[in-house]
Design a protein around this ligand. Structure first.
Ligand SMILES: [Zn+2]
Length: 312
């Protein structure tokens, strides 16, 4: 073979080797590399799927627990005896993801003070018997009715509060001027002290503090202040002293609705202990039972801590 032919054959072999190398590289690049990438991608996708599944389970878990918490809240609000006030939510992993604090609305509390003006009277004993039956203490704002001193004594012995409602209950006399007001106050105060031993520090203006038209009521209020005497008007009236006799059912209805309507914590109910007010006494059991059945309400006698309701 000639040297030229040998050289050409050598070059041909080299070209074939180059083509083979190219072909190998071509396959390597277009077959192996994508396969490797695909495998890596598959592994990652699998991990991602697992992660998504875990997250979904976690969300469902939280959702179920929130629903349960909501049911508990509803139940506790409907049933006052259920004392659940806080629902804590944890994930199933045991990890604390925080606390959901759902405070139950506080039960509305009402302090109801039954007050009886104008006694003692022929009805006092019946009122005392009813209060005793229900083991309830009330407040009697009394006048100077000496013939009922025994009843006055019984009011004190039963543990009810005794307040002053003036001696005479005669507007033209009590509100004539400050001297007249002071004399009348001193007389009823001394009488209560003498008969019962109670040093009364509670006062109710005859007709209420807005009833004083003949003199400046603030003079009277200042006088009471100087003597450390608190005065109490009312925010619920039985309207049992208006003209015409109301039935027991009407009185009870008026008082109960008044108490329910009153938004404040302190409810002072005006009623009368007087001859001719027998229907007030008849209404009393129904009123007491209604208040006792009101959630958060309690019947109390006026004391030094009672919120003072003032018209003036
Ligand atoms: Zn009165």
């Amino acid at each position: 073979m000639r040297p030229e032919e040998l050289e050409e054959k050598k070059n041909k072999r080299k070209r074939i080797a180059k083509i083979k190398t190219f072909m190998i590289c071509f396959f390597m690049f277009f077959l192996i590399v994508p396969s490797v990438i695909s495998v890596i991608a598959l592994i990652r996708m699998e991990r991602l799927e697992k992660s998504i599944l875990e997250t979904r389970n976690m969300i469902e878990d939280i959702s179920v627990r929130l629903d349960n918490a909501g049911i508990k809240e509803t139940a506790s609000a409907a049933d006052p005896d259920v004392s659940v006030v806080k629902n804590e939510v944890f994930l199933s992993s045991g990890e604390d993801y925080g606390t959901l604090s759902n405070s139950r609305p506080k039960t509305v509390s009402k302090k109801v003070y039954l007050t009886f003006d104008d006694g003692p009277s022929s009805n006092t004993e019946r009122i005392l018997d009813i209060l005793d039956t229900y083991d309830v203490k009330a407040t009697f704002f009394v006048n100077g009715h000496e013939k009922y001193d025994e009843e006055l004594k019984k009011i004190a012995e039963a543990g009810h509060s005794i307040g002053m409602h003036s001696w005479s209950h005669d507007y033209s006399d009590v509100y004539a001027d400050l001297d007249s007001f002071a004399d009348d106050l001193d007389r009823i105060h001394s009488h209560i002290l003498e008969v019962t031993g109670v040093d009364s520090t509670y006062y109710r203006f005859p007709g209420g503090s807005s009833n004083c038209h003949t003199m400046d009521v603030y003079e009277c209020i200042s006088y009471l202040d100087a003597k450390d005497i608190s005065y109490f008007d009312w925010n619920v009236s039985a309207a049992d002293a208006v003209s015409g006799t109301k039935s027991a059912a009407q009185i009870a209805d008026t008082v109960i609705k008044g108490i329910e309507k009153e938004e404040g914590e302190c409810v002072i109910v005006l009623m009368h202990d007087a001859a001719g007010r027998g229907t007030t006494v008849d209404a009393l059991p129904g009123i007491i039972e209604a208040v006792m059945s009101m959630e958060g309400a309690e019947l109390l006698p006026i004391s030094g801590t009672t919120e003072e309701i003032h018209f003036r």
